[in-house]
Design a binder for this molecule. Structure first.
Ligand SMILES: NC(=O)c1ccc[n+]([C@@H]2O[C@H](COP(=O)([O-])OP(=O)(O)OC[C@H]3O[C@@H](n4cnc5c(N)ncnc54)[C@H](OP(=O)(O)O)[C@@H]3O)[C@@H](O)[C@H]2O)c1
Length: 352
């Protein structure tokens, strides 16, 4: 992939030690590497297979490539991470990669960011790793990706000065969903582990998911949407005082995701993005008041790159002031986080 000239890069956040991307050769890992380079970071490209790293980054010097299994030599993994200032975990399913990389990051004394969409993994980071990272003066930020970050950043921005809300509804429209191999494996790995956030607690989703009609902005317009278990429910409930965080999605992409014959995404531009369009509309309600915020863009895998890179820049620039387990919405001001990606990656609308 090459950088898309139409997408602006922001000022350099380069730190003394490089950022290490584990799972760099994956579909999403490559977008993360590209976005980190655009932000001026030196990057180490890591994974478990040298051939796949070389194939994904044919022009990368050999001294930027690192091969290390997660189920192998734990001390070697710690030494690898210690070469960096921060590890971005792009190796999903994260149920299998996050525990090893979180442990190694703690031992190596480096920050941790992942792009997981997995609700149980994000909860584990918040509930089981946060205190240890805080005690070490380190930050662990899970689900900094399309699912987990966009809804959280919009909800945090819209909630603004309110101390909490009665409900935060996340409405997601995709015009298609051509899943990667990693998405398919993650779906299988997390079967039966999905949750929703209702009445102030995480629960199993209802046997029959709720449905409603939702009038999205153009070009999606009016759509039937179905209750959906999104990582945003976990990231939002982690830091905003709200009892209900229902998430909804239009049906076409879910049908495509479930169909075994749906092809993988195909690049349609120089940055590697597919033609997929997304729109996320968030409604924050308090009493009779409502605030709305939305973000639209192209390709849910590609947008994950700049989201993760923005998080990396903020954590490193904070120089130890951002510690513990934090969602994207907690990494400084949420609205400026989103605005840093607009209009090249995200088109934003705030109302109310
Ligand atoms: N939250 C979101 O919105 C969002 C957005 C994008 C992606 N994701 C998630 O990110 C993950 C990756 O997606 P993708 O599209 O990049 O998939 P992908 O193209 O299949 O890439 C997955 C990468 O992870 C590596 N990997 C997986 N398990 C590993 C393990 N146990 N040890 C070492 N390496 C491992 C793979 O290495 P090998 O090639 O050696 O197998 C590969 O490099 C998925 O879980 C997906 O759900 C989430």
């Amino acid at each position: 992939m090459t950088a898309n000239a139409s997408i602006p890069s922001s000022s350099s956040n380069a730190s003394a030690r490089p950022v290490l991307v584990y799972g760099a050769a994956g579909h999403t890992g490559r977008f993360v590497v590209q976005a980190l380079h655009e932000q001026g970071h030196a990057v180490l490209l890591a994974g478990r297979d040298l051939g796949r790293l070389r194939a994904a980054f044919p022009d990368a010097p050999a001294d930027q490539l690192r091969v290390q299994r997660l189920d192998g030599d734990a001390a070697a993994l710690v030494r690898l991470l210690a070469e960096s200032s921060l590890v971005v975990n792009c190796a999903g399913p994260f149920a299998d990669s996050a525990p090893q990389l979180l442990q190694a990051a703690l031992q190596a004394g480096v920050h941790y960011v992942d792009v997981s969409a997995e609700q149980p993994t994000a909860r584990e980071v918040f509930e089981q790793w946060g205190e240890r990272f805080a005690a070490a003066g380190l930050c662990a930020a899970p689900a900094v990706a399309f699912y987990g970050a966009v809804g959280d950043l919009l909800a945090t921005s819209a909630t603004g000065d309110w101390p909490g809300a009665d409900a935060i509804d996340i409405h997601i429209a995709l015009d298609s969903w051509h899943p990667t191999a990693g998405t398919r494996k993650t779906g299988v790995r997390n079967a039966g582990r999905h949750i929703v956030y209702r009445n102030g607690q995480f629960q199993m989703p209802p046997a029959v998911p709720p449905r409603k009609n939702w009038a999205f902005a153009a070009p999606f317009g009016e759509q039937d949407v179905v209750g959906f278990s999104s990582a945003d429910a976990v990231t939002i409930a982690h830091h905003i005082r709200v009892p209900d965080v229902p998430a909804w999605m239009n049906e076409t992409p879910l049908t495509e995701l479930r169909a075994p014959g749906t092809p993988a995404p195909v690049a349609v531009d120089a940055s590697g993005r597919s033609a997929q369009r997304f729109l996320v509309e968030v409604v924050v309600r308090r009493g009779s008041e409502e605030r709305h915020a939305s973000a639209s863009g192209q390709d849910i895998y590609a947008i994950t790159g700049p989201l993760a890179a923005q998080a990396v820049g903020r954590i490193l620039a904070a120089d130890g002031a951002l510690t513990g387990a934090l969602s994207a919405g907690q990494l400084g001001d949420a609205r400026s986080f989103l605005q840093a990606l607009a209009p090249g990656y995200l088109q934003l609308v705030f109302a109310g």
